[in-house]
Structure formats: C-alpha cells, structure tokens
Design a protein around this ligand. Structure first.
Ligand SMILES: Cc1cc2nc3c(=O)[nH]c(=O)nc-3n(C[C@H](O)[C@H](O)[C@H](O)COP(=O)(O)OP(=O)(O)OC[C@H]3O[C@@H](n4cnc5c(N)ncnc54)[C@H](O)[C@@H]3O)c2cc1C
Length: 475
C-alpha cells in the first residue's frame, strides 16, 4: 500500500510487520467481508497482524490517534463486531498457528485460529477440546464467550479446558492470564467476550477423543417434532455425558446425505456425537435410532473432524443472517408446543433452528468460577433466520424470528453472550450475566480498560468514576 497521506497508517507502518490495508488496496473488499453478508462496514484501515507485537502496535497507535478499533477473530459475530466504520480493524486472521504438546496433552493456538485449525492439529494426536459445531467459526470469539459444542456434556465448555491466555491489554502491554497470573483477568476472559484485551494465544487442556467417533443425524418429518423433542428431554436427563446431542428444526436442505424427496420439507433432526467407545455408543443409540421410524439415519462411525464440518454447508459465508436466542429450561410439553408451532411457520429454506443441550460437565462447574452465566440452563436455542442477499422482502424473516423469540420469552433462562444479535444493552447486563457477575465484570473493566477502548463487542462499559479518572488531565 501507499503511505505518506495518512498519519495513522504511517504511524503504524513504522512498527508493523503484517499488512496494512486501506480502501484503495485491491484486497480491501475481501478483507472487510465477514460471515454475515448483511454487515457492510468500511474501516479506514485494516491492520492484518502477524504476531503479538503487531497487535500491541495496533492498539497503541489506535489509542494515540483516538481511533475506534474493532478486533476481528473469525468474523462470525452476527452483529458484525469484527468490523467498524471509519476506524481500525485489528485483524487476527493471519495468526492461525497451533502447536500441540502431546505429553502434557495441551494445545496453544494463536488468536486468529478457526475451529478447523484447532480440530485438525489436535485430532492428529487423537485429542480434542470443546469447539463449536461449524468449522469456520473463530476460536477467539467463541472461547471468550464460553464455547458450546458437541463435546460439552463430557468435557465442558471451551473455557472449562482453557489453561491460559496471552493478552494485549488496552494500554498495549502483553500479559499472561491464568489461574496463577492475573487470575482476575482470567476469570473475566472466560465468558466476558472481547472486553478486556486482545488474546493473541489460547492454551487448552486436551482430552482423548476419536479420532473416529459414532456421530451423525437422525431426521423425522416436522409433525413428529413433539415426540422427538420429548425424546431429547429424556436423553438430556438420562443419557451418559459422553453423548453430545442437539436438535435442529428447518426445511430440509438439498444436501447429498438427505434423500431428494425430503428436500424443502420441514423436518426435525437429532444430531448426536458419542465421545467414547464406538460399541458403547452403538448400544446406547440402538433404541433412539428406531424411535418413530426416522426418514433419515446418517449415524455411523466417522472422523470427529468430519462431524465438526457437518453443518458447514448449511451456514455459509455471505448469506444475510438475523439471530434471536434464549437459554431454555428442560423442554416441557408447553415449550415444545411453542417451538414446533413457530418452526412450522418458518419463512425461508435457509433458516435453521439449532437447540443445543447443555448439562453434564457444563453444569458441574461452579457458576461463580467464570464469567460465563446460566450454566444451569438445559438448552440453548438459536433462531437463525437466513436469506439470500437479493431477497426482496427480508423483513418477513426478521419479524418471524422476533415473533418466535417473543413467544419463548416466558420460558427464558437467559442469553448466551455469543448468540447476541441486535439485543439491547440491558439484555446483555441482565440476561447474559445478571447483576452479581455484571458488577464484577464492570470492576474488572475499570482496572483493565477504563476508557472502554474495547467497546465494539457485547459491551461491558466501565463505571462512570473510572471513565472520569481515566480521562482526567494531570494537574
Ligand atoms: C456459523 C456459526 C456457527 C456457530 N456455532 C457456534 C457453536 O457451535 N458454539 C458456540 O459457542 N458459538 C457458536 N457460534 C457463535 C460464535 O461463538 C460467535 O459468533 C463468536 O463471536 C464468533 O467468534 P469469531 O472470532 O468468529 O467472531 P468475531 O466476529 O471475529 O469476534 C467476535 C467477538 O470476539 C472478539 N474477539 C475475537 N477474537 C478475539 C481475540 N483473539 N481476542 C480478543 N477478542 C476477540 C471480537 O472483538 C468480537 O467482539 C457460531 C457462530 C456462527 C456464525
């Protein structure tokens, strides 16, 4: 890129090893594209970091020049937190290194890694940590919000296996956060999102998994959803923790594994992943696979990494997305009625409604030990409305999602911070964290980021006192 006309780009390029992109650069439009095609923001500058020193330089320059900065991990936050209009994007996407220590059974991944990087390197040793169910999601945002996935009932959330983080704080310093160093910061990073700094590396404890697991999907016509969701309720209560499970309701997509006559038909699916010996899983799932004569049984032994990519084609980059989400209690018959009723009125063949199942190891971790809240919820429903960019009436998808969300409100057990869309700030405070955690998070923000430099996120603003102190000029 050309310099000489932009004091911020010039200041940064004096101490930056990665690429600095501006609107006049050929790759600029590619670099500002994120997963949700609905978001179209034009940053003044994209700082593609090659390592922690670049991250620290970008933070320092943005602060010195009073420029708004967003931090981009995998670019999957539906609200588009990764991008800003007119400011600087601190882009972690080039930082995808991962190194497994097979003796300690740990992995160290850089802050721009995707789930696919984490899974690929760890599975080479038959090891894994909980990561999300779509391989192109960023480990950064996913972990900092908690991290739910197929392995969570057995191995907990992503944060429950987190050992340490390398962090660049708002003043541009590099610190390590773990149970032993900056434990207050480590508490906040486990659920508090990107509010406290840029994580340049995550270190996870790994667990033996696969590499071949018994996993896949069963599907039934949507009319059978009440019985299938009752089955999910029973499995959530009774099945061993090794069984990861979720439901998914949608119009069947035209994928090769789905018989052609079902394409476009409303279905309810049960997706399972047994993190234990294949034979035990086969025995456990024998009756489930016969339940109500499923129209599709795609369960079988397969590589864990293949299962982790199963949803990738259904949630591609570039569609327009709008989400609403609740954490939910055990699925009562009433609640099942609300879910099936609204799923039957879905407005788009691209929309999908995953219902994750928590419990097990997630629920066993004491609630106060991390910033992540609502560990006692049984499920997490995400109403993922999706449509093509040329759809002439997107409002109908948005109002369907809002209606569904409102009907679930009486059952809500809170909100998973990583599924926040256009939710108001009050919902972040009350539903994602609750008053006790919120106060602790604000106190932490006062210490680590009193000017709210990291504010393009599910924001936890510092207290007014801290802001006044931070901006007070020396006498
Ligand atoms: C297709 C899809 C599937 C998903 N599946 C799951 C799932 O299975 N389980 C689950 O728990 N969640 C899931 N999510 C939600 C996901 O966890 C959030 O969207 C998360 O914010 C994505 O992180 P990211 O790094 O990709 O996004 P980004 O938009 O890049 O970042 C999200 C937030 O995290 C901050 N951030 C990112 N990286 C860093 C870093 N290294 N240091 C500091 N701050 C950082 C950003 O500033 C931003 O505020 C899914 C999302 C999508 C779109």
């Amino acid at each position: 890129m050309m310099h000489g006309t932009d004091p911020i780009a010039d200041a940064l390029s004096a101490d930056f090893a990665g690429r600095i992109l501006r609107a006049t650069d050929d790759d600029y439009d590619d670099a500002r594209r994120i997963w949700n095609g609905h978001i179209d923001r034009k940053p003044a500058l994209i700082a593609q970091c090659s390592g922690p020193a670049d991250v620290a330089a970008a933070v320092r320059v943005a602060r010195e020049h009073n420029v708004a900065a967003s931090v981009r991990g995998g670019g999957h936050a539906v609200a588009g937190y990764a991008l800003c209009d007119g400011g600087m994007v601190i882009d972690m996407s080039p930082m995808t290194g991962a190194r497994v220590d097979p003796v300690r059974r740990t992995v160290r991944v850089e802050g721009g890694c995707l789930n696919s990087h984490l899974d690929r390197e760890t599975q080479a040793y038959g090891l894994a940590a909980t990561s999300g169910i779509v391989s192109h999601t960023g480990v950064g945002g996913l972990t900092l919000g908690g991290g739910i996935g197929h392995l969570m009932r057995k191995h907990g959330l992503a944060i429950d296996s987190l050992l340490s983080c390398d962090v660049v704080t708002a003043d541009g310093h590099k610190v390590i956060a773990s149970e032993h160093e900056h434990p207050d910061l480590f508490w906040g990073l486990r659920g508090g999102g990107g509010n406290f700094g840029v994580v340049t590396a995550f270190e996870f404890q790994l667990h033996p998994v696969g590499p071949i697991v018994l996993a896949g999907m069963l599907a039934w016509p949507l009319e059978q959803a009440p019985e299938v969701l009752q089955l999910l309720r029973r499995l959530a209560e009774e099945a061993p923790e090794a069984l990861g499970m979720m439901a998914n309701l949608r119009l069947a997509p035209p994928l090769p594994i789905i018989p052609e006559h079902l394409h476009g038909q409303p279905i309810v699916a049960l997706v399972v992943c047994y993190a234990g010996p294949i034979d035990d899983g086969e025995e456990l799932l024998k009756d489930v696979r016969r339940f109500g004569n499923p129209v599709l049984d795609a369960i079988g032994p397969k590589p864990y990494v293949a299962h982790q990519k199963m949803f990738d084609p259904a949630l591609p980059h570039g569609l327009h997305y709008y989400w609403k989400s609740h954490k939910l209690p055990a699925l009562s018959d009433d609640l099942i009625g609300v879910i099936t009723d609204h799923a039957a009125r879905v407005t788009s063949p691209l929309t999908t409604i995953p219902i994750f199942t928590q419990g097990g190891a997630v629920a066993r971790v004491p609630d106060e030990s991390t910033a992540y809240a609502n560990r006692d919820a049984a499920h997490d429903i995400n109403i993922v409305a999706a449509w093509r960019p040329d759809d002439e009436n997107p409002e109908r998808h948005i109002s369907w999602a809002r209606g569904f969300f409102a009907a679930l409100e009486p059952y809500s057990k809170g909100l998973y911070v990583n599924f926040i869309g256009d939710d108001p700030a009050a919902r972040v405070r009350q539903a994602a964290y609750g008053p006790a955690k919120w106060d602790r998070l604000v106190a932490l923000k006062d210490v680590y980021d009193p000017t709210n430099f990291f504010r393009l996120n599910a924001n936890i603003p510092p207290s007014t006192d801290a802001v006044e102190r931070a901006f007070r000029l020396p006498a």
